[in-house]
Design a protein around this ligand. Structure first.
Ligand SMILES: *Cc1c(COP(=O)(O)O)cnc(C)c1O
Length: 361
């Protein structure tokens, strides 16, 4: 068996330990004679799986009791609609547009009320996080929306915006559980798990209880009401059972490694190896303003499109996969999520050194 170092932005690398455990339990989950894929979501066996996953997530993030945890479907893209549908009460919401995902959320928000773009970094291809210390927050804004880690552009908020008392809603898809978070600073935290936690198909929504409304307009689909899902323990209908099971295993994996503080340290070490190299390279260059660099997604370029393509192809041949940058940025992007081992980042940097020596005069 040979596994590559997979730098995909998502779906992305998962811990080998987790995959092996799932493999061992595939045909016969803990003596029940079937796989988790085959069991009823109403069985006590599955109830235990989802309860344990939620308990471990609560432990990891220190989620206060007045927050609900929901395991949903529909992809990140459905949350772009679910957020305004559930939270726009006054019909106004402020959006900080720091990349494609925030922009899509903002465009979707406009369908349900007055969505206002209060800051953006589009003027410089989203290579930085705007100053969010004194934004023109609307008096009647129901929430301020951010995409906390910008998967495509490789930027992250190192400091949360000053929302002037308004509810903060954050898409944390690509930085979920990469470091500790202060849940109480948010009204809603949501993330698709296929970047940093599990397989595609699960969305986790962490929502403060008082924001769960039962007075939503008639048109809001039953399944998209947070209230429906909160009341039914994420099981109004069949949940993404197998995905939740894998997420649960990843939560345990993180706990075994020492929790989110340990994860952060690990991620900082890995990112430093790559950024230090980029800062000293004669060929490669990071594309993001230094203060706003992500620990998870690292875009870089050579400045020459043909050379970029050659790099991606040769890296692939060397077992370093999925390094091609997003089509809107070009160049390369290395996603170095929780499950990417330090050895993978070292292998990438060694390869970059070799490529640099071969391709500079
Ligand atoms: C990938 C991603 C999304 C979109 O997720 P889908 O499940 O493909 O809809 C949204 N936000 C962020 C930050 C992402 O990285």
């Amino acid at each position: 068996m040979s596994r590559v170092y997979n730098f995909s932005a998502g779906p992305a690398v998962l811990p080998v330990e987790v995959l092996k455990e799932a493999q061992e339990e595939m045909l016969d989950y803990r003596g029940c004679g079937m796989s988790v894929m085959e069991m009823s979501h109403r069985s006590s066996m599955f109830q235990e799986i989802i309860d344990e996953a939620e308990a471990d997530l609560r432990d990891l993030l220190h989620i206060p009791d007045n927050y609900k945890v929901l395991f949903l479907q529909g992809g990140g893209a459905l949350q772009f609609s679910a957020v305004p549908m559930n939270l726009m009460k006054n019909g106004v919401a402020d959006y900080i547009v720091t990349g494609q995902w925030a922009k899509k959320a903002y465009e979707e928000g406009k369908k349900y009320g007055k969505a206002v773009k209060i800051a953006s970094s589009e003027d410089e291809t989203f290579t930085y996080i705007p100053d969010c210390s004194d934004l023109p927050i609307d008096d009647d804004a129901d929430y301020v929306y951010i995409c906390q880690n910008n998967t495509i552009y490789g930027t992250v908020y190192h400091e949360l915006p000053n929302t002037k008392g308004k509810i903060l809603v954050a898409d944390v898809s690509s930085c979920f559980l990469s470091e500790p978070m202060d849940v109480e600073k948010y009204g809603v935290i949501w993330g698709g798990v296929q970047k940093n936690i599990g397989p595609a198909g699960v969305q986790i929504v962490i929502i403060r209880e008082d924001l769960i409304r039962d007075d939503l307009p008639e048109y809001v689909p039953t399944l998209m009401k947070y209230k429906t899902q909160a009341d039914k323990g994420s099981m109004y209908n069949t949940p993404p059972c197998y995905g939740i099971y894998i997420c649960g295993k990843v939560f345990k994996w993180i706990k075994n490694l020492g929790g989110l503080e340990a994860m952060k340290k690990r991620n900082e070490e890995k990112a430093a190896i790559l950024y230090d190299f980029l800062d000293n390279s004669k060929l490669f260059k990071g594309t993001v303003r230094k203060e706003d660099r992500s620990l998870m997604n690292v875009p870089f370029v050579t400045g020459d499109k043909e050379l970029d393509a050659k790099f991606v192809a040769e890296a692939k041949a060397a077992g370093l996969e999925n390094l091609k940058g997003h089509r809107t940025v070009g160049g390369m992007r290395a996603s170095i999520y929780n499950a990417m081992p330090k050895e993978g980042v070292i292998a990438l940097v060694e390869f970059m050194k070799k490529f640099e020596a071969e391709n500079t005069k």
